[in-house]
Design a protein around this ligand. Structure first.
Ligand code: PLP
Length: 358
């Protein structure tokens, strides 16, 4: 069975369509660490090949211990999964209730997962005119209508907005007063770790943090993510996935990735620097409006001229992929998202944009 999903990163399909190898495609549509995976991860993967003769370790002990050290939390607070998407699909089956509110624009899998589990999903829409800021009074009114679960991504995707801890704490206290369970998706939080709400959720019955290891650690093809929660929730969530949904290679890669402090530090600095440069270069196009980002991607609005779909199609023929954001709730057909990549790659993107946007 094949699936058609509206996401970035479809390099294999695109390469087949264009009749080229996947490495000929410059993929700006998926937001992955431009420095790629750590050499220590590559080595760990190769060293683990012989272990594939065994079933994976279902306790995920080593990775949990590495995460505990990394986050300075006890390992009982972690649940490991086959990408954070697996957690997004398991949560609606585990949580009580039927009405969810999703702060949007956001990752489309929240609603897809909710609907699959017969939840009613509504959107709380943030607007570009207000720089995607959250009107707390309005949110309070929305939650008072009886919401069982609230989904929010911090930093936001595709907008890249980082909501400070005090805003998240305010939202959390609203959720406590209305009996709403808070799902905080921190898939891109490694790029701004200091703002994580991990400490807030570890003793809460009402909130959970979801983390992805595919973006910052550059292994989307391997699939790895985790949740941070109180120990009871962690145990319940652990029992939701199948016994071997996380494979041996992913476990080894995750553990090694956390140990390569140097590569991780370089990645952070590289992304910060390139984001600043790319932001300034993109802002040179008078047709573009840029939105401030704390992550490894930028949201761009085309003020006049072509639509994001047309731009995407034109770049496609230059073997460059961007994320047309018109399918995101709350965004018009003029929005697109690009990942932060290396200086040389960005130069190619900018040259092609220069030819298309005159
Ligand atoms: C906000 C957000 N959350 C979660 C995910 C899922 O990540 P993964 O399943 O690769 O861990 C994505 C992927 O793009 C995302 O953008």
């Amino acid at each position: 069975m094949s699936h058609s999903y509206d996401h970035g990163g479809n390099v294999f399909t695109v390469a087949r369509t264009l009749g080229v190898a996947p490495d000929q495609i410059l993929d700006y549509s998926a937001s992955i660490n431009p420095l790629g995976m750590s050499p220590m991860v590559r080595k760990a993967l190769i060293c683990s090949l012989d272990s594939l003769i065994h079933y994976p370790d279902t306790t995920h002990k080593e990775l949990k211990q590495a995460l505990a050290k990394h986050h300075d939390l006890s390992s009982s607070h972690f649940t490991i999964a086959n990408g954070s998407t697996e957690l997004i699909y398991n949560l609606p089956a585990m949580l009580p209730g039927k009405k969810a509110l999703v702060i949007s624009p956001s990752f489309s899998e929240y609603v897809r997962a909710l609907i699959q589990h017969h939840w009613e999903a509504q959107h709380f829409i943030l607007t570009p005119e207000n720089n995607f800021s959250i009107d707390i009074n309005k949110l309070e009114r929305a939650l008072a209508g009886g919401v069982d679960v609230l989904f929010i991504s911090n930093p936001g995707n595709p907008n890249g907005t980082l909501y400070p801890q005090r805003v998240i704490e305010k939202i959390y206290s609203l959720c406590l007063s209305t009996g709403t369970f808070l799902v905080l998706d921190e898939a891109f939080m490694d790029f701004c770790e200091e703002a994580s709400a991990k400490q807030m959720v570890v003793h809460s019955d009402n909130a959970i943090v979801l983390r992805s290891m595919t973006k910052y650690y550059g292994i989307p093809g391997l699939r790895l993510g985790y949740a941070i929660s109180n120990t009871t929730l962690a145990e319940r969530l652990d029992s939701m996935g199948g016994p071997w949904s996380v494979n041996t290679l992913a476990l080894a890669a995750g553990t090694a990735a956390l140990q390569d402090v140097q590569h991780n530090q370089n990645s952070l600095e590289f992304v910060r620097q390139e984001r600043r440069t790319l932001f300034e270069q993109m802002a040179q196009f008078s047709q573009f409006k840029l939105y401030a980002s704390s992550t490894n991607y930028l949201l761009v609005e085309i003020k006049d001229g072509i639509t994001a779909r047309e731009l995407k199609d034109r770049l496609f023929h230059h073997r460059i992929l961007i994320r047309d954001c018109s399918s995101f709730m709350g965004l018009s057909d003029r929005f697109f998202r690009i990942a932060i990549r290396t200086g040389d790659e960005n130069k190619r993107l900018l040259e092609c944009l220069g030819k298309i946007i005159k």
